[in-house]
Every structure is written in structure tokens, then in C-alpha cells.
Design a protein around this ligand. Structure first.
Ligand code: AMP
Length: 452
């Protein structure tokens, strides 16, 4: 299959070939012709599948096909994403693929000054890529009019719902013309996603593609059982003794990410944390330094890492297992991509046995457990409950206009201090709780329970 057969214009094909893509990915070959026909789609595809080009190319094609509007150009396409990083990356793709077309685009997210965004909007843009919070700020300041939008893309819709954006999304939908084309991308299908799809989509074509970043044989996965309090020491030891130069480490909470990054620095390992409480500038800097190899260990929460275009990493470490088993797959998809070998290491303490079991069920296989000499777990240590949700409890947060939710932050990590046994040895959650978080109760859960 080649890009030539998908019905794309010469300008788009030229931009695609400059990217060096020889053939469309499965989501591209399925989605592009359908979107060009003007149909709505519901696509099960996540980062790494090539989904961005899958919706951007036909979107550009549609917009470039119509007669140019005289005078100030109305916004004709809106792409919503859950995070600033993803918005920036999608906007970059829009520019890259649209470089030979006379279309204009801009990106809107919080955490940065609003005035430059206002100026760009005033000049007139065809395509807006945005996180929901700042987009609504612009609408309320009357610096953005969405009444001429012909195409709407919800990218990573499941994440948007998980992050508590449903109310913002509903508000935005109310601002759009009734007649429009809708493209919904989601890595998972919860009841909430289904409800949103029912409301939003008109006779959608369903597209489901296998995850390109499903753990493959190229990713060596290993579990190192270790005590809760000795994880940091073990991580420093592994980074140092094996001379790992570029490691992406995942924690469950922002607080945990900060603390770990500081401790690694104290151990003499250059490190930076990346999460939603950091300013946009700090996040961009941390990522750039990591990519350049100046920062050896980048500590990230799941949401912050989501959408980051860092892949082909040699080492990914689960410092804490995710509450949602699918996140494990997302995390380790950062390594071993594009034919490179990678290693995904999970440091697992007694609190996390239930989470590990959930992950192994999802993967349909057991992961090998290797105890590192000197770090044998102490069998006398009892499991402690892991806080439910992403970041423990917390009241629903106010929007910070950044595409992230801000809320009361509860303590970092899993140690609430109550020694428990029995059910708590499986994480202190009712059976299936982690899955339930993922699949449908995001409205009942405080928005702030997702930590970015
Ligand atoms: P995405 O899933 O949209 O985040 O894309 C993941 C990565 O795949 C990006 O780095 C793209 O540049 C790359 N990519 C997208 N389409 C193709 C393609 N047809 N062939 C090779 N790489 C691609």
C-alpha cells in the first residue's frame, strides 16, 4: 500500500515523502480515505500508530479543497488534545504536512502568555490545535469564534475524559455549528467514551488498529522485586553500575516525580522531572535537555509523558507501577520502537502485587522476576494500600487554563502508613478497581485524581 492510493493531493504527498514515510500505517490507510469522503470516524488508536498524520492529512486536504475565503479567515478546523505537549506536537504535524498548502494554523494552550495567541488568532487562522481550558478562555474573551468550524478532532479523547475535561468539551461542542465532520480518537473505549461518541458522531466509521507500541519481543521486560523504601537506591545503582545514559522513569504522582528527581541529583545522577505542575518552559527545557543527553534520567508521570515524541529509548523504568494496566503498555512503548532493542524494568514492592497481576493479565503472560543481589525484599514488610486513582483523593480542581487540571494534591505515592494485609496486599483496592477507573467512572472521580 502506498500513500498515492489514498486520494491525497500532490502537495500533501510531497510533504509526506519529505518525511521519509514510505507507506501509510494501518490507521492512516483506513482513516484517510474515509475522512476524505467526509464521514465521521471513531478510531481506536494511540500515540505511536501514526494517528496524527491519519487525521491531519485528510483534514488539510478538505480545507485546501474549498474556495479560499476573502477577508478574515474563520477557524474551520479545531483539534482538541488533552495536554500541552500533545497540542504542540500535533500543531507541528499540521505545519509539516501542510507546508505546501496556503493554510494557516496555530496552537493554543495554557501556561504561556495569552496575548501572542490573541494576535495570531486576530490575523486569521484556518486550523486551531488546542487544549480545552485555554480555548475556552479565548472564547470567553471573545478572541476566538468557533461558529464556522467544519471539522472537529478529539485526540486522545479517553485522556481528556480521565482528566476531567468532559464539561469543557460539552461547552465547546455547544459553540460549534451543528453540521460538521467529527473525528474521535481514543486508545480505550470506556462507557463515557461511548456516550460521548453517541452524542458527537453521526454514523461513524469504526477504525480499530493494533497498537504499534504493544510490547514486542524487542522490549525486554523484567521485574525486580524490591522493598518500597529501597527503590531509589536500587535505581541509582542500576543507572550507575550499568552506565545507563538515557532513562525515562515513571512515577505515579507529580510529588513522587519531584522527590525522586531531587534524590537522584543528590546521588550525582543528572535528572529532571516533567509533570503538569511545571511551567511550560520548564517542561520544554527538561525534555530538550533529556533528548540532547544532558539529563540522564527524566522522571515523568503518565499524563506528562503521554504524547511526548520521545521513543526509541534504551531504558524505561517503572519506578512505581501504574494504577491502570494499559498505562504500562504506553510506558514501555517508549522503548524498543522502530526495530531498536529496549529494556523495560519495573521496580515492584509488596504493595504492588495486585497491580503487577493486572498487568500480566493484560499482557497475557507472566513477566520474569529477577531479584538483584543485595536488594532482596524483606518478607516481614507488609503491604500498604496504594491510593486509588492517579494521585489519591482531592477535590475537583479548577482549570488552570493549561489543558491540565489543578487540584488539591495529596501525598505522593503509596505509603499511607496503615499496615494492612489480605485485600490490601493486592493494593488495597477492590478487585478490578484500577480497571474501573479507566473504564467509566471518571465522572464520579475527582478530576484532580489524575496527576499530570
Ligand atoms: P503518532 O502516532 O501520530 O504520534 O505518530 C508516531 C510517529 O510515527 C511520529 O513520530 C510520526 O512522525 C511517525 N509516522 C507517522 N506516519 C508514519 C508513516 N507512515 N511511516 C513512518 N513513520 C510515521
Amino acid at each position: 500500500m502506498s500513500f498515492d492510493t489514498l486520494g491525497l493531493s500532490a502537495e500533501l504527498l510531497r510533504a509526506v515523502s519529505e518525511q521519509g514515510y514510505s507507506e501509510p500505517t494501518p490507521v492512516q490507510s483506513q482513516a484517510i480515505p474515509v475522512i476524505i469522503q467526509g464521514k465521521d470516524i471513531l478510531a481506536g488508536a494511540q500515540t505511536g500508530t501514526g494517528k496524527t498524520a491519519g487525521f491531519t492529512l485528510p483534514l488539510l486536504q478538505h480545507l485546501s479543497g474549498a474556495t479560499p475565503v476573502k477577508g478574515r479567515r474563520p477557524v474551520r478546523a479545531l483539534i482538541l488534545t488533552p495536554t500541552r505537549e500533545l497540542a504542540a506536537q500535533v500543531a507541528e504535524s499540521v505545519s509539516t504536512y501542510g507546508k505546501y498548502l496556503p493554510l494557516t494554523s496555530t496552537v493554543i494552550f495554557g501556561g504561556v502568555k495569552i496575548n501572542p495567541q490573541i494576535q495570531r488568532l486576530r490575523a486569521g487562522v484556518d486550523i486551531v490545535v488546542a487544549t480545552p481550558g485555554r480555548l475556552l478562555d479565548h472564547v470567553s474573551q471573545k478572541t476566538l469564534d468557533l461558529s464556522a468550524v467544519e471539522m472537529l478532532v478529539l485526540d486522545e479523547a479517553d485522556r481528556m475524559l480521565d482528566m476531567g475535561f468532559i464539561h469543557d468539551i460539552r461547552k465547546i461542542l455547544g459553540l460549534l455549528p451543528k453540521r460538521r465532520q467529527n473525528l474521535l480518537f481514543s486508545a480505550t473505549y470506556s462507557n463515557d467514551i461511548r456516550k460521548l461518541a453517541d452524542k458527537l458522531l453521526d454514523a461513524p466509521v469504526l477504525i480499530e488498529v493494533a497498537r504499534r507500541n504493544v510490547p514486542t519481543e524487542l522490549v525486554e521486560q523484567v521485574v525486580h522485586p524490591v522493598d518500597r523504601e529501597r527503590k531509589r537506591e536500587l535505581l541509582s545503582f542500576m543507572v550507575g553500575s550499568q552506565n545507563w545514559r538515557q532513562v525515562l522513569v515513571f512515577t505515579r504522582t507529580k510529588h513522587g516525580a519531584n522527590r525522586l528527581s531531587q534524590q537522584l541529583e543528590k546521588d550525582g545522577i543528572s535528572s529532571a522531572a516533567i509533570h503538569g505542575n511545571k511551567s511550560q518552559g520548564a517542561r520544554t527545557r527538561a525534555l530538550a535537555n533529556f533528548k540532547r543527553g544532558e539529563v540522564r534520567v527524566l522522571v515523568a508521570t503518565d499524563i506528562a509523558a503521554r504524547g511526548l515524541d520521545i521513543d526509541q529509548l534504551p531504558h524505561v523504568v517503572n519506578y512505581e507501577l501504574p494504577n491502570v494496566p494499559e498505562d504500562y503498555v504506553h510506558r514501555i512503548g517508549r522503548t524498543g520502537r522502530a526495530g531498536n532493542e529496549g529494556q523495560a524494568v519495573s521496580l515492584v514492592c509488596v504493595d504492588e502485587h495486585k497491580l503487577l497481576g493486572d498487568i500480566e493479565r493484560l499482557l497475557k503472560r507472566d513477566l520474569s522476576r529477577i531479584v538483584i543481589p543485595g536488594y532482596e525484599p524483606d518478607p516481614a514488610i507488609r503491604a500498604q494500600p496504594i491510593q486509588k486513582g492517579r494521585n489519591g483523593g482531592g477535590k475537583p480542581g479548577s482549570r488552570n487554563g493549561s489543558g491540565q487540571q489543578r487540584g488539591k494534591r495529596s501525598g505522593g505515592g503509596n505509603a499511607s502508613g496503615r499496615g494492612r494485609s489480605g485485600a490490601s496486599a493486592r493494593g488495597g483496592q477492590p478487585k478490578g478497581a484500577a480497571g474501573a477507573n479507566r473504564s467509566g467512572n471518571s465522572r464520579r472521580r475527582p478530576a484532580s485524581s489524575r496527576s499530570a
